[in-house]
Design a binder for this molecule. Structure first.
Ligand SMILES: [Zn+2]
Length: 135
């Protein structure tokens, strides 16, 4: 199994159905079209997997968002401080700007990650979808 062609990481970073890895999670693939940022399909167009298991499901994605933000910010902060010896105000300006620019990506990755935690990947379903057995 290649991480780049199928599986959890593929689903998270390419916004694909967590179950079959073929269907799209969002009608608009570009997260920087902010008016469509949070618009999701109700279920997978290929395997019918629901994308909202319960009402308010994506409130939990805030935890994933926090974890992702920390995972991006902490190593960057360490590099800016220990390698480039930047002043705190410059460091926070750079990091704040980066987080602001990356916000749409982090938002979607968080939702994708949260959904992937609860929906298992099914390689057999992917095979069935791709071969046309499931429509
Ligand atoms: Zn699917």
């Amino acid at each position: 199994m290649s991480l780049l062609k199928e599986g959890k990481l593929y689903s998270i970073f390419n916004s694909k159905c967590p179950s079959c890895n073929v269907g799209e999670l969002y009608p608009d693939r570009n997260p920087y079209h902010l008016q469509n940022l949070a618009k999701m399909h109700k279920r997978c167009s290929c395997c019918r997997q629901t994308y909202e298991p319960e009402t308010g499901f994506y409130y939990g994605a805030m935890y994933a968002s926090y974890a992702l933000s920390v995972a991006i910010v902490m190593p960057l902060m360490a590099v800016l401080h220990f390698v480039f010896h930047l002043e705190v105000i410059i460091m926070f300006s750079i990091i704040g700007g980066l987080v602001l620019v990356m916000y749409p990506l982090i938002f979607r990755w968080s939702r994708n990650l949260w959904l992937n935690i609860f929906v298992p990947y099914d390689p057999e379903k992917r095979r069935a979808v791709l071969s046309g057995e499931m429509k």
